[in-house]
Design a protein around this ligand. Structure first.
Ligand code: CP3
Length: 338
């Protein structure tokens, strides 16, 4: 069997230098991404064109040599597969048509995402043997925020109001997303990914009772279902900005690893989540600025995690204005550690 360093931390192995990859490592900060993106009709077309999506997935690994690639897709392919119309307007982000919970069609949603599985098979053939491949989905709460709000939202007022005022119909929506996501993640695992990540980008907006009901419970259902059929595939949870709820999320959902956002103090994370693989924490703004500050931050984070299973990564996605040279600098700094 080929050795994939990315998987070491999940086996309890602490290497001299941590394996690394970067959230949103494929994308708009790379000129070669634009070259491919401009050849497709729109962003979703790119996600559903296996040849182009595979190329874009491989680009950052070719340039920087990360230990893992993440399949090029989006968390909003789930609403699309459930029958809700999704479009991406340049400069405005995603737009979703008004939701009708009764008309969502959970069955067969996973099947409709067949191009993503084809992308996974193509990426696996194009990746170096020692590079891992990560599959992903949005977590149900975060996906539902886009479905209910109709796009990105500053205060998530609509969805919080719906969840509080009509919990029964909101539970039906979450159930449909859970069912479709389980199917989608299993099919990604069957197609050849080494690990799965669940993006809960909007974990930071709920009070405790709602956090337990709409974030921990649905995530736990997904983790248990994947474990029942694909026990050897590690699952990374990313409850971004969950603050004081993060440790309960880690323990109660049963994920193997936690992606730390940049607001989490590392000393706290070590004590609060001693049995979890930890990943992340570098501030994407530091990656934009670069210089001595970037060197210092990379080394500070690696030093703080040097004696425990850790995957080097960002605390949130790379932003488009990031100079590619700064990502190359991170690769160099990590190499210098061993
Ligand atoms: O390298 C990778 O990580 C590529 C795969 C990937 C994308 N989106 C590609 C993408 C992943 C893992 C995501 C996750 C995602 N998508 C999240 C969770 C992580 C996070 O950032 O919080 C969320 C909330 C989304 C939803 C989404 N997709 C939004 C809100 C937007 C518009 C804002 C933006 O950043 O443009 C997208 C578009 C998107 N997803 C792009 C890419 C490369 C840009 C599309 C383009 O080329 O125009």
């Amino acid at each position: 069997m080929t050795h994939r360093p990315f998987l070491d931390p999940f086996k309890g192995i602490v290497a001299k230098r941590p394996p690394w990859w970067m959230l949103r490592q494929a994308g708009r900060y790379l000129p070669e991404y634009w070259e491919v993106r401009n050849r497709s009709k729109g962003f979703l077309d790119l996600c559903f064109s296996p040849e182009l999506a595979a190329e874009v997935t491989l680009q950052p690994v070719r340039r920087f040599g990360m230990d893992a690639a993440i399949v090029f897709s989006d968390i909003l392919v789930i609403p699309h597969a459930l029958g809700q119309k999704v479009s991406f307007v340049q400069g405005e982000g995603p737009k979703l048509e008004p939701i009708d919970v009764d008309r969502l069609e959970a069955r067969g949603a996973g099947e409709r995402l067949a191009p993503v599985y084809e992308t996974i098979r193509r990426v696996r053939l194009g990746l170096p043997n020692e590079t891992a491949l990560i599959g992903f989905a949005g977590s149900p709460w975060t996906v539902a925020t886009y479905m209910v709000e109709g796009g990105s939202s500053r205060d998530h007022a609509k969805i919080r109001h719906l969840a509080l005022s009509d919990p029964l119909s909101f539970a039906r929506l979450i159930d449909r997303v859970v069912t479709a996501s389980i199917d989608y993640l299993r099919r990604q695992a069957d197609s050849g990914v080494d690990a799965l990540q669940l993006f809960e980008s909007w974990a930071g907006v709920l009070p405790e009772p709602m956090f337990r009901q709409w974030i921990i419970e649905p995530t736990k259902r997904i983790v248990e279902a994947i474990r029942a059929t694909h026990a050897s595939v590690p699952i990374i949870g990313f409850p971004r900005a969950a603050g004081a709820m993060m440790a309960a999320y880690a323990e109660e959902t049963g994920v193997d690893a936690i992606n730390l956002d940049q607001m989490v103090p590392l000393g706290w994370a070590r004590t609060a989540m001693p049995t979890k693989v930890l990943q992340g924490n570098l501030d994407p703004a530091v990656l934009v600025v670069g210089g001595q500050m970037l060197d210092d931050e990379v080394n500070r984070i690696c030093d703080a995690m040097a004696d425990r299973p850790f995957v080097f990564n960002l605390g949130h996605g790379i932003v488009p204005e990031t100079p590619p040279a700064h990502v190359a600098r991170v690769a160099e700094l990590l190499k210098a550690r061993g």
